[in-house]
Design a protein around this ligand. Structure first.
Ligand SMILES: [Fe+2]
Ligand SMILES: [Fe+2]
Length: 178
């Protein structure tokens, strides 16, 4: 039993101490907290789309505000990443490149196509609340769910310490502020 737990711990980690592991994982851990929040926001907007927002005490305008908040949070997050974080990471990690082959930028574009559709629908329903359609809302959200959730997980995986240490020193990683 102790032999197997020993072998687990030696194969599990390439860090010399728990403290070092935490330092290498700081970026990924912070990103994960943001991303888990975005997933909860998306799932709430999806769940309440059928009109159950009213049972939670939300009017249609307030529900639409929730959807717009999610849109704004994701847009702001991606703008900050693309301006301040990806350019540093892209020096050594091609998946963060802002060229056509940059996987994360491509995902951001896919997500934002979906968010633009959502924005159009929110504007339409704000002007004409009677036209609100639960099916149309869920269809719109389903249209970018996969690219969004895949990206949120993949970006965190790329920012885990074990990934970063293939490309950067710990000092370089700790100089990246998010
Ligand atoms: Fe992110
Ligand atoms: Fe991102």
């Amino acid at each position: 039993m102790s032999a197997s737990s020993n072998s687990n711990s030696t194969t599990r980690s390439s860090f010399s101490s728990a403290l070092e592991e935490r330092r290498w994982n700081r970026l990924g851990d912070m990103m994960s907290r943001f991303h888990e929040y975005f997933k909860r926001e998306f799932n709430t907007v999806y769940e309440l789309a059928d009109g159950s927002f009213s049972r939670r005490g939300l009017s249609l305008p307030l529900y639409l505000r929730t959807a717009r908040d999610m849109n704004n949070h994701l847009t702001m997050h991606h703008t900050i990443e693309e301006r301040h974080i990806f350019p540093i990471l892209a020096k050594k990690m091609p998946q963060f490149s802002n060229k056509a082959d940059g996987a994360h930028i491509l995902s951001h574009k896919g997500i934002h196509d979906g968010l633009e559709n959502l924005d159009r629908l929110i504007s339409k329903w704000t002007e004409d609340p009677k036209s609100y359609s639960p099916a149309e809302m869920r269809e719109c959200l389903d249209g970018f769910r996969e690219v969004l959730f895949h990206h949120l997980d993949e970006e965190v995986a790329d920012l885990r310490g074990e990934s970063l240490q293939k490309y950067f020193t710990l000092e370089e990683v700790e100089s990246i502020a998010i």
